[in-house]
Design a protein around this ligand. Structure first.
Ligand code: 5GP
Length: 347
């Protein structure tokens, strides 16, 4: 079996996928067509060029793309459509467990809560016909105020208490060069007190003091963790703290290299943490913006980081341990992984 076929067939859990960054080129084109009657051709052409641009973008350019995507998703209908497409595409890629995250924002005629209701409704609808458990994290954007963050936490706790099991936790993300994430520590503590799971974007750019405070808070997982090591602008204290707490790391290989926070796969921090036996999950981050898929991330780990098929299998199975779900669902997922192994990999 080719590596591509192996990675496609491998059961996979996606733990770090931003909803609007995951919108594929096809869906983006649908959005552009939908606004064609209200926007002149030159603007549509700019959008098409940005969306179709392959290859690398700076971190700054990536955030400009998110802004543009937000300008296209302005209605409840558009939000429903993109959420449905994103879930279907992950399912088509052999993803067997999906955690989406998104920053609630008011859209035409709907409040932030209306936004969350819309995404939750699409997730519930998808569960009627797809064998793919989908959970949702609500994101705090670093550019927001503490009050907005506290509102997001309160809203997340309300949805969790409704008991439909879709909304499970909080994410902290947004442009890492803006704001001070430690501002949000009171909100993060409240999230924990409410029994919510918490994952934080950490050390995407060098910032030792902020990173140390976030790690000491003790999140359930962290995203990226690019600049922990002294050679990447971190410190020995950060490495020691992260290692001793064994906080699972959401690794986004293509994203890091394409937006140049990591210079090349050869120097990617994955290998070092893997050799230390640190808990890790391969993730896409923004599969639309970076033209990738979760299968592709496993292929990259094989081709660029010399991971064998056996190692990829073990890595994928271990990811189930870091999902934000009940022990019962984790058991069911592990069974699914084992069934797939018997069906596909022992022929
Ligand atoms: P949304 O939350 O609107 O569904 O997804 C897009 C948002 O996710 C962006 O505006 C940004 O706040 C966040 N995001 C996406 N990718 C990244 C990333 O690589 N790093 C950080 N820090 N935030 C990201």
């Amino acid at each position: 079996m080719s590596v591509q076929a192996f990675c496609r067939r491998l059961p996979k859990a996606e733990l770090h996928a931003h909803l609007h960054g995951s919108i594929s080129t096809n869906t983006m084109q649908k959005l552009i067509n939908d606004v064609s009657h209200t926007v002149d051709k030159s603007e549509r052409d700019v959008w098409s060029t940005v969306i179709n641009k392959e290859g690398k973008r700076t971190l700054h350019e990536c955030f400009a793309v998110f802004k543009m995507i937000h300008e296209l998703v302005t209605s409840k209908e558009a939000l429903s459509m993109v959420t449905g497409d994103v879930i279907r595409e992950f399912a088509d890629d052999g993803v067997c467990y999906l955690e989406l995250r998104t920053t609630p924002r008011p859209l035409k005629g709907i409040s932030k809560r209306g936004y969350v209701d819309t995404v939750v409704a699409v997730i519930q609808e998808a569960s009627n016909h797809l064998e793919l458990p989908v959970k949702l994290l609500l994101s705090i954007d670093r550019r927001q105020s503490l009050e907005e963050a506290l509102d997001t936490v309160e809203m997340t706790a309300e949805y969790q208490q409704k008991g439909d099991g879709v909304v499970v936790g909080i994410d902290l993300s947004g442009d890492p060069t803006k704001g001070d994430a430690t501002t949000f520590l009171p909100a993060l503590r409240k999230a924990r007190e409410a029994g919510l799971k918490v994952t934080l974007h950490v050390a995407e750019v060098p910032n030792v003091a902020e990173t140390l405070s976030l790690l000491e808070f003790g999140p359930d997982r962290v995203g990226h963790g690019t600049c922990l090591h002294p050679a990447q602008g971190g410190s020995d204290e950060l490495v020691k703290c992260f290692e001793s707490k064994k906080i699972p790391l959401e690794v986004c290989l293509t994203s890091n290299v394409k937006c140049r926070t990591v210079q090349s796969y050869d120097v990617h921090h994955f290998r070092d943490w893997y050799e230390r036996g640190h808990p890790m999950a391969l993730c896409t981050d923004d599969k639309g913006v970076f033209s990738t898929s979760l299968s592709e991330e496993y292929c990259v780990a094989h081709s660029k980081l010399n991971m064998s098929q056996v190692e990829l299998w073990k890595l994928s199975l271990s990811t189930v341990d870091y999902t934000f779900v009940t022990d019962d669902l984790k058991r069911q997922l592990r069974h699914k992984w084992q069934d797939c192994k018997q069906n596909y990999f022992q022929q």
